[in-house]
Design a protein around this ligand. Structure first.
Ligand code: TYD
Length: 229
């Protein structure tokens, strides 16, 4: 069997992988869309993805995960479904896109599993990290932005249109998820950066660009190719 890590080898990876993270309602989906628009305008091939989902199989898994009627789902089942959706996404979309030099912008990736299933649900963190290795096929983002917003503001935004199964968990859960994200940023400062998500969409977009400057060229200036650290 192929070593899952070979897919992340620099030789087979010409593109740039960016993931956006944060608690429900932090505004990351808006920022992911706007970032992808800016990168496209700058001449990059951009692949826009969201987790869970992003493939035909993954979208089916997403429906199971977010269905409010699946309240009886075991934490371990939930963990493995997120990883299953991720593995399909990496094999089918992310790895080929990175190999051909695209910029992949992913709305949530493996750090969501750490924050929600370890931080939020309380599953063993080292076990979740092992599962993340498998689900990601060893492919890590070049840069992960955690959009950080107070839980009250974020939850009010997230549930304005009705709460899905995860959002129904409430404030304490979101607090644990937020704390886990902040721990991650401390543990992996080269990859994971916290972006203050308070303020206007434009203000936050400016902070997003600033936090990406060393991994991707956000403007059309000569070669539209991407730079790696
Ligand atoms: P979604 O409606 O896409 O929420 P958002 O717009 O906030 O991303 O639902 C995704 C939900 O799944 C969200 O509550 C976070 C949760 N989630 C996990 O618990 N673990 C994971 O690994 C991932 C990718 C998402």
């Amino acid at each position: 069997m192929a070593d899952v890590r070979t897919m992340a080898a620099p030789a087979g990876r010409r593109g740039t992988f960016i993931s956006l993270e944060g608690i429900d309602g932090c505004g990351k989906s808006t920022q992911a869309t706007l970032l992808a628009d800016r990168l496209e305008a700058a001449g990059h091939e951009v692949v826009r993805l969201r987790e869970p989902g992003g493939t035909a199989i993954g979208e089916k898994i997403r429906k199971i995960l977010l269905d409010p009627q699946n309240g009886a789902m075991a934490d371990e089942c939930e963990l493995l479904l997120y990883e299953a959706s991720r593995a399909q996404l990496v094999r089918e979309v992310v790895a080929p896109a990175l190999a051909r030099g695209a910029v992949v912008v992913c709305d949530r990736y493996l750090d969501s599993t750490y924050a929600y299933q370890a931080g939020g649900r309380g599953l063993d963190a080292s076990l979740v990290s092992r599962c993340n290795e498998l689900g990601s096929c060893g492919v890590l983002p070049d840069r992960t932005l955690v959009l950080d917003l107070g839980c009250e503001d974020a939850l009010a935004r997230a549930t304005a249109g009705g709460a899905d199964r995860l959002e129904q968990e409430g404030m304490r859960f979101q607090e644990r998820v937020r704390a886990a994200y902040l721990r991650l940023a401390k543990a992996e400062p080269a990859r994971v950066r916290v972006v203050d998500a308070v303020g206007s969409v434009e203000d936050v977009a400016g902070r997003v660009d600033a936090a990406l400057r060393d991994v991707v060229v956000p403007c059309r200036c000569g070669d539209a190719g991407v730079a790696h650290e």
